[in-house]
Ligand binder design. Structure first.
Ligand code: HEC
Length: 137
């Protein structure tokens, strides 16, 4: 199939027109970042007690911070990476579920559950500033 120059020109023109009309609305939406901050902060605040007070699933009540005080040995910035316990390259949520199912003797959380997202928000927040280092042992 051959695309005629005039078709291309028309496509280009409509793309530019589309940009011109779409940009102002988009730019307007992005200048107000307070919603982003507020929503993320709320997620961190929900995640913090889950981490420090035991995950509210039918677990043995042991809290994450009993083994990982002050967020030690959690290294969210190193995911995805190979994890010996899982025997494969894994995502952070899979390792969190490993801890929920094993040391906590609880029921794994769905990857997209609010609790899992909030725990991840809290864990990544307390490691903010650490360089992304996927795959690191
Ligand atoms: C009884 C102790 C214990 C508890 C409680 C515990 N963990 Fe772990 N956790 C471990 C061990 C052991 C490992 C595997 C060793 C390692 O990779 O550091 C681990 C590994 C991890 C890792 C991967 C660390 C890395 O460097 O890749 C994360 C993330 C993690 N735990 C999060 C949690 C969360 C979140 C909770 C609470 C839901 C929790 N853990 C509860 C013992 C525990």
């Amino acid at each position: 199939m051959t695309i005629r120059k005039s078709t291309l020109a028309a496509l280009g023109a409509s793309f530019i027109l589309g940009l011109a009309t779409a940009l102002p609305a988009h730019a307007e939406a992005v200048t107000d970042t307070s919603k982003w901050e507020k929503e993320f902060e709320a997620s961190i605040k929900r995640g913090e007690p889950l981490y420090h007070g035991g995950v509210k699933v039918d677990s043995n009540g042991v809290a994450c911070d009993q083994c990982h005080p002050e967020g030690t040995n959690i290294h969210p910035e190193t995911y995805p990476k190979f994890q010996k316990q899982l025997g494969k390259v894994s995502q952070l949520w899979e390792m969190i579920n490993w801890c929920i199912e094993n040391p906590l003797e609880g029921k794994a959380l769905a990857a997209d559950s609010q609790d899992m997202v909030d725990i991840i928000a809290y864990l990544t927040y307390i490691r903010k500033g650490y360089k992304l280092d996927p795959g690191k042992y």
